[in-house]
Design a protein around this ligand. Structure first.
Ligand SMILES: Nc1ncnc2c1ncn2[C@@H]1O[C@H](COP(=O)(O)OP(=O)(O)OP(=O)(O)O)[C@@H](O)[C@H]1O
Length: 792
C-alpha cells in the first residue's frame, strides 16, 4: 500500500530501545482482554483486528534476510525495529490477537474465526478481510496452501479460513440435525469492474480472455441495499465442494506477474456464504434464520511502483489504489466520526458498506512479512490495521423471515427468472423481459420529462428570484430614502408618527419579502439538488441500460454463432443419418427378399413332405410299419455283431500290443547289452591306437633323421675341386627295402591287426569280447575302425 494512500495515522510514539510505545488505540479505554469477544461500547462493537506475520520464505532464509518484526502472542503485540540515524527504534502495536511466524492455520481459525462462524449461525452477517502487502499470506490465510486433497474427510493442515469455516458450519448444523441450505458466491473486483468467478464457462469458441469474464453491474435496491445483479449462487452440500468452487474461482482470478511475487494477485475477491436455517417458534410457526459470512481477500496493498508494475498496468494500479484508497478514507471517516463517509467512491466500499460502520460484525486479518526489506510496507499495514481497530459497527441479528413469506419471495424470484429465460430464448437482441424493458423505458421517459419540467420550473423561479431581488433592492432604497426624510421631518411630530408607521409597514413588508426570498432560494436549492440527483440517476440508468444492451448483444451474437455451428453440425449429422438409414433400408430389403425366397422354398419343401407323408400314410401304412420293424431288428442284429467284433478286435489289439511291448523290451535290452560290449571293445582299442600313434611318430622321426643323414652322406652335390674326384661307392637302397616301406593293403593290415589283437586278448583272457570283435556287426563299428588302422 502506498504511503500516500494510507489514512493519516496518529504520529507514532516511538521510543528508543529502553522505552516501549504501546499504541493500544482502543477507544473503549484499553486493549481487549478477550480477543474473541469484540469490545462492546455504548455506541457499538469495535472491528476486531488480528495481526499475522508469515515466516521467512526458503529463499529469504538462504540469503540470511534480517528479521525486523517480533511478535508477542501472549501480550498481543507486534514490534517493528527500525534504525534511524544509527539509533534503534522499536515501534510496538497492540491488536486483538497476534499470530507469529510459527502459528498454524488451525490455531488462527480456532482462536479467532471460529467464534465469528458461530455468530453467523446465530443469524448475524459477518465479514473477514485479509489486508496486507503482496506475498504476506492473505490468500494462504483465507484459502490455504497448495494442498487441496482431504485425507479421510479431514481437511489438510494448511487449509485456510474459508474451508474451515464451511466445515464448521456443516458440522454444527448436522450435529443439530437442522434443516438448512447453504449457498456461496465468489466475485472478483478488478479495475472497478466486477466479475462473477462462478459464472459458467460460456464460449465454446476462442474468445479473447476479457470477453469470457463479462463485468457485471452493481445495483442498489429501493432500500439502499447494494447487490450484484445476476451473480451466480452455488448451492453447497459438503465442505469438500468448497475446494472445487475455490479452484474454479481461483483459476479465473486475474493475476499479473510483478517483481515481488510471481503469483501476486492484483484484484480483490469476495467469497460469501449465506445460510438459511429453519427454526420453530414457541407457537410452532416455521421461521427462517439467515446468516451471511463474507470472506474478502484484498489485492496487495503495496506501493505499485515498488512492486515493479509498469506502464501497461497503469490503470490497474490506479484502480486498485482507488479501492484501497477509498477503503482507507472510509476507515478514517468512521474513526474520526466525520459527517460524510465516502462509501460511494469505490465499488469495494459500496459492496462492503455494511461491514464498515454498519450492522455487520467485522474482523480484519492484517498480514505482514518479517523481512527488513518489507519494513516500510509493514509499518504502513500496521498503522492502517491499528487505525481500523477504532471503527465501530452496530451488529444486528438479521430479521427472521416467516417461511411462507420466504417461499412467496422465492416464487416471485422464480417468476422473474423464468421471464428472463423466456426473453433470452425468444427474443433477438435485448435479453430482458419485454415488460421490464418497457417499464424501464417508461421510467426513463418520465424521468426525462420530469427533468425538463423541473428545468422550466427552475428557470421561472430564477426569473422570479431576480424580480424579487430587484423588488427587495427597490424597497431597501425606499427605506433608506424614508429614513433620510424622517430625519429631516423630525420636527414635525404628526408627520413623524405617520412616517414612523409608514416605516414600520415598510420594514414589515421588507422582512416579508426577505422571508419569501429566502424561501424561494431554499426551494431553488432543493430543485437544483433534485434535478442533479435525477440527472445523475438518469445517467446511471442510461449507462446501465447501455451496458445491459451491449451484454445482451454480445450474448446474442455468441448465441447466433453457436446456433450457426449447431445448425451446421445438425445438418451434417442429418445427412449422415439419412444416408445410413437408406443403406440400412436397402440392406433390409435385400435380406427380406432373400428371406421371402427361403420361406417359400421351405414352405414348398414342407408341402412336399406333407404330401409324401400323406400318401405314405394313406396307402402303405402297414408296409411302412413292417419295413420299419425289419429295419429295427436288422439294426439290432448288426449292432450286436458289430459290438462283438469290436470287442474281439480290441482284445486282439491288446494281445498284439503286449507282444509288441515285450519284443520292444527285449530289443532294448539287447541294444543295451550291445552298447555295453561296444563300449568295452572301444576302450582298449583306443588305448592301442594311442600306442600305435606314439610308435608311428617315433618311427617318422627316425625316418626323417635317417633321410637327413642319407642326404648329407649320400647325395651332397659335388663341388668343383679342380681335380679329378676319387671314385666313391654309393650305397643305394634296394628295391626290396623300398617295397618294405610301402603301406600294405587294407586286408593285410586288417589281418595283421586282428592277429595282434588276438594275441593281446588272449593275454588278457577275455574271449567273449574277442570273438564278438572278430565279426563287427554294426557298420558304425567297422567304419570307426577302418580309418584308425589306415591312419596309423
Ligand atoms: N503463515 C504462513 N505460513 C507458511 N507459508 C506462508 C504463510 N503465509 C504465506 N505463506 C507462503 O507465502 C507465499 C505467499 O503467500 P500468499 O500467496 O498467500 O500471499 P498473498 O498476500 O495472498 O499475495 P497476493 O497479494 O499476491 O495474493 C505462499 O507461497 C504461501 O504459501
Amino acid at each position: 500500500m502506498e504511503k500516500r494512500n494510507c489514512p493519516p495515522s496518529p504520529s507514532p510514539r516511538s521510543t528508543e530501545k529502553s522505552g516501549r510505545d504501546l499504541r493500544s488505540g482502543d477507544s473503549n479505554g484499553g486493549t481487549n482482554t478477550n480477543s474473541n469477544t469484540i469490545t462492546r461500547g455504548e455506541k457499538g462493537v469495535n472491528v476486531q483486528v488480528i495481526l499475522r506475520c508469515r515466516p521467512l520464505s526458503d529463499e529469504e532464509t538462504k540469503s540470511n534476510t534480517p528479521v525486523v518484526i517480533s511478535c508477542n502472542e501472549r501480550r498481543r503485540e507486534v514490534a517493528a525495529t527500525q534504525i534511524i540515524a544509527n539509533k534503534q527504534i522499536d515501534r510496538t502495536f497492540a491488536f486483538d490477537k497476534v499470530f507469529g511466524p510459527s502459528s498454524k492455520q488451525k490455531d488462527l481459525f480456532e482462536q479467532s474465526i471460529s467464534p465469528i462462524v458461530n455468530e453467523v449461525l446465530e443469524g448475524y452477517n459477518c465479514t473477514i478481510f485479509a489486508y496486507g502487502q503482496t506475498g504476506t499470506g492473505k490468500t494462504y490465510t483465507m484459502e490455504g496452501g497448495g494442498t487441496r486433497k482431504t485425507k479421510n474427510g479431514e481437511l489438510p493442515t494448511d487449509a485456510g479460513v474459508i474451508p474451515r469455516a464451511v466445515r464448521q458450519i456443516f458440522d454444527i448444523l448436522e450435529a443439530q440435525c437442522a434443516e438448512y441450505s447453504m449457498k456461496v458466491t465468489f466475485l472478483e473486483l478488478y479495475n472497478e469492474e466486477i466479475t462473477d468467478l462462478l459464472a459458467p464457462e460460456e464460449p465454446k469458441f476462442p474468445v479473447p480472455e476479457d470477453k469470457t469474464k463479462k463485468p457485471i453491474a452493481l445495483m442498489e435496491d429501493g432500500k439502499g441495499f447494494v447487490f450484484v445483479r445476476g451473480l451466480e449462487e452455488e448451492i453447497v452440500y459438503s465442505a469438500g465442494e468448497i475446494y472445487k468452487i475455490l479452484d474454479k474461482g481461483s483459476a479465473k482470478r486475474r493475476t499479473a506477474e510483478t517483481l515481488l511475487n510471481k503469483q501476486s494477485s492484483r484484484s480483490h475477491s469476495i467469497f460469501s456464504i449465506t445460510i438459511h436455517i429453519k427454526e420453530l417458534t414457541h407457537e410452532g410457526e416455521e421461521m427462517i434464520k439467515i446468516g451471511k459470512l463474507n470472506l474478502v481477500d484484498l489485492a496487495g496493498s503495496e506501493n505499485i511502483s515498488r512492486s515493479g508494475a509498469r506502464d501497461g498496468r497503469a490503470r490497474e494500479a490506479g484502480e486498485i489504489n482507488k479501492s484501497l484508497l477509498t477503503l482507507g478514507r472510509v476507515i478514517n471517516a468512521l474513526v474520526e466520526h466525520s459527517g460524510h463517509v465516502p462509501y460511494r467512491d469505490s465499488k469495494l466500499t459500496r459492496l462492503l458498506r455494511d461491514s464498515l460502520g454498519g450492522k455487520t460484525k467485522t474482523c480484519i486479518i492484517a498480514t505482514i512479512s518479517p523481512s527488513v526489506y518489507c519494513l516500510e510496507e509493514t509499518l504502513s499495514t500496521l498503522d492502517y490495521a491499528h487505525r481500523a481497530k477504532n471503527i465501530k459497527n452496530k451488529p444486528e441479528v438479521n430479521q427472521r423471515m416467516m417461511k411462507s413469506a420466504m417461499i412467496k419471495d422465492l416464487y416471485y424470484e422464480i417468476d422473474r427468472l423464468k421471464q428472463e429465460v423466456f426473453a433470452a430464448r425468444e427474443k433477438n437482441g435485448i435479453y430482458i423481459p419485454r415488460e421490464r424493458y418497457l417499464q424501464e423505458e417508461a421510467e426513463k421517459k418520465a424521468m426525462t420529462e420530469k427533468i425538463e419540467r423541473l428545468g422550466v420550473d427552475l428557470e421561472a423561479r430564477d426569473k422570479q428570484l431576480v424580480e424579487l431581488k430587484e423588488l427587495y433592492d427597490a424597497e431597501q432604497l425606499l427605506s433608506a430614502e424614508l429614513g433620510e426624510k424622517l430625519g429631516k421631518t423630525q420636527c414635525f411630530g404628526g408627520i413623524a408618527s405617520e412616517a414612523d408607521n409608514l416605516l414600520n409597514e415598510l420594514q414589515c413588508s421588507l422582512s416579508k419579502q426577505e422571508e419569501r426570498l429566502a424561501h424561494f432560494a431554499k426551494k431553488q436549492r432543493e430543485v437544483q439538488t433534485a434535478v442533479g440527483s435525477l440527472r445523475e440517476s438518469a445517467v446511471n440508468r442510461t449507462s446501465h441500460l447501455q451496458k445491459e444492451i451491449s451484454t445482451a448483444q454480445d450474448f446474442n451474437s455468441s448465441v447466433r454463432e453457436k446456433w450457426g455451428v449447431y445448425m451446421e453440425e445438425t445438418e451434417k449429422n442429418y445427412i449422415e443419418d439419412t444416408t445410413a438409414i437408406d443403406t440400412g433400408r436397402s440392406c433390409l430389403a435385400e435380406v427380406l427378399v432373400e428371406c421371402k425366397g427361403k420361406t417359400s422354398m421351405g414352405a414348398q419343401q414342407w408341402k412336399n413332405a406333407e404330401d409324401s407323408l400323406f400318401s405314405l400314410g394313406k396307402g402303405n401304412m402297414e408296409s411302412v410299419d413292417s419295413i420299419v420293424r425289419t429295419g429295427t431288428e436288422t439294426n439290432q442284429l448288426l449292432r450286436s455283431k458289430l459290438s462283438s467284433a469290436v470287442s474281439s478286435t480290441l482284445e486282439n489289439i491288446d494281445v498284439a500290443n503286449k507282444a509288441l511291448l515285450s519284443s520292444i523290451d527285449s530289443s532294448l535290452k539287447l541294444d543295451h547289452d550291445a552298447c555295453a560290449n561296444i563300449g568295452s571293445i572301444l576302450t582298449p582299442c583306443h588305448e592301442e591306437m594311442r600306442e600305435l600313434k606314439g610308435e608311428h611318430q617315433s618311427k617318422v622321426v627316425e625316418i626323417t633323421e635317417n633321410a637327413g643323414k642319407c642326404l648329407e652322406e649320400e647325395y651332397l652335390v659335388d663341388e668343383p675341386s679342380c681335380s679329378t674326384p676319387r671314385r666313391r661307392q654309393i650305397d643305394l637302397p634296394s628295391v626290396e627295402s623300398i617295397e618294405e616301406l610301402r603301406t600294405p593293403d587294407y586286408d593285410e593290415l586288417l589281418k595283421s591287426f586282428q592277429e595282434s589283437r588276438g594275441s593281446w586278448k588272449q593275454a588278457n583272457g577275455d574271449m567273449r569280447h574277442f570273438s564278438q570283435a572278430q565279426e563287427p556287426t554294426s557298420p558304425s563299428v567297422r567304419d570307426s575302425r577302418v580309418p584308425l588302422v589306415a591312419k596309423n
